[in-house]
Design a protein around this ligand. Sequence first.
Ligand code: ADP
Ligand code: MG
Length: 700
Amino acid sequence: MRKVQTSKTQQKSISELPISALSGIGDTKKKVLNKNEIITIEDLLYFFPRKYVDRNLHDMFFLREGYITLIVKIQSFYLAHGKKSRFIVQCKTLQGNPITLLFFNGIQYYRYAIKKDQTYIVSGNLDNFHGSFQMIHPELEQIDQEDLENAIHFGRIIPIYSTNESLKKVALDSRGIRKLIHQTLKKIETEWNVPELIPEPILKKNNLLQRKEALKQIHYPENQKKLEEAKLTLKYEELFLFSFLMQKKKEIRKSIPREVFPKPFGSCQLYEMLIKNLPFTLTQGQIEAIKRILDLIQGNSMSAFLLQGDVGSGKTLVAFACALHYIENGIQVALMAPTEILARQHYNTLTSLPGLLPGVHLDILTSSETKKNKEITLDRIRRGDSNFIIGTHSLIEENIIFKNLGLVIIDEQHRFGVQQREALRKKGRNPDLIIMTATPIPRTLCLTIFGDLELVYLKEKPAGRKPIKTLWLKEHQRSGLYKSIRKYLNLGRQCYIVYPLIEESEKLDLKAATEGYEELKKIFPEFRVELIHSKLKPEEKEQIMQNFRNGKVQILVSTTVIEVGVDIPNATIMVIEHAERFGISQLHQLRGRVGRGSEESFCILISDSDTENAKERLEALLKTQDGFELAEVDLKIRGPGELLGLKQHGLPNFKIADLIKDRHLVEKAYEDVKEYSELSDEAIKFIKKTYDEGIVDFLI
Ligand code: ADP
Ligand code: MG
């Protein structure tokens, strides 16, 4: 008994065995594998098949119709022209029965790939066509004598891997990888150790396979049922470990004392004053969100929040109200926005608050500040003369030093990466963090991706907002549209006209917008039309926005620079050209620029596109104005990676779990993780290896 125990612990773990532990891996192959991020045996085992083919061999003496796998030798082939070209391959089974293979698509590929006198394994539907057997588009693969002897490539359900050119060059195509995997699976049966990552009770509770078994079955499944179990197990593993990582992050954060904030929050005079001076009353949602945030920061450890609310729900004010509690206690607050226009807008909004709160000293930092002004501002920040600092990415420049930064607010978080967020936080000693989203994010995604943050929801919008009338117009309705716009402009309203980003060509974007602008000037000679785009200097942009804000400009033509955050209540018409080129969330964002005052607002989507995908998106916009609902649709269409720009955030695109289809697993993993504050060393090692440094740096 004891002996077995010792020998077991001496077994090397797959995570410490280099790929060269396999026979047949010389220096060249090793290098290529490493370049493809396959460094250890564990990495190889996590190179999952793209699909599977059932290559259980059938009786080859008596051919029958239906799905079947055969081993055949190629006799001859030719290209037949006719109504439809086809590539015809004559072959014989090992037992000498003639069959014909037919290819209609990818003919060039098969002409090159199929070689005379060679042996192939083919799987597909066998038909009896006028007395002779044929297979149309079979799954096929060349095999050699050695393969025939040890049946790695047939005789069961067989994995198909997709590899790239570099791997193929060193004979690591699907077959090559399969051989390595086959060898590995034998070794983990006898010599190599596959340590468990998920605690045993959790496996039992969720009916999951042991890790070793899951890895075996995911590559060489015994049957369909086992394959499903393996997939489930590995998906769960992925979600569990990521959830653990996020939970740990949250926990560690909680254990870090807040350094610059010694006093507990009491009542806050600045806050009382704000409420008194506001031209409107806070919504119930805002009051609750503020209360929840303040409650959670009562303790002595740092807190981080994700403040979620639909476009126009008034998130800025919530953040500002919370900020006042810090400011009154002599602590600096920084608010980072993704664009200069937005930073300036926040600055203007706050400075124009009636009787802005004595004691709040605002400063703004963007890239367009003059050197001298910047020096003065930096000095004020360093000395603590300013206590609410608004800015763009400029805030994270090295020479900016805060006296005592205690709260970091990030607006429109999707425009920043984790690194930038952290860079700003590092300017304080463990400051609290509030990040705000532009559009809602589905709950499942929040649990995973933002599992380390406290989620705060801002449910309702300020009262008195009328729903935005959304219309989808075709090109031929344009003149009617202009008539209506004129009517509203004459009533004193203003209008945005947005041109889309044409991929990879800012020049073309600008061309479309510029042409539109020239035309609109002719159509609306009695109004002032301006064009704003990203190539303008910051001062020019600001000047145009200023003129639009104070009503001097009636029509603002724009590329997507106005997408985020802009808040001009008198602008009530949003026209979106080529609406099919935008994603749902982006359209919702754009639409959110109107409907901010009490006047009736319109969002006009112009598109002649009739593709299914475009229809689905535009119709979703027509159907609802609920950002949460739209986010769900967007998630379904685009998938989480694109929706959130995960890569850009340094966050993972999951390997096997699908945040949409595997929702129930996400929730389960999230709940299960709560029971564990520690995991095995192997699990931690696995997490560290899998996720970016930016996310795991705290896991010492
Ligand atoms: P978002 O959540 O999209 O960032 P903002 O914070 O820009 O929204 O707020 C949108 C507009 O609503 C701003 O003009 C803001 O002054 C206004 N607002 C915020 N709270 C209220 C409220 N309780 N009642 C009326 N208007 C409000
Ligand atoms: Mg905003």
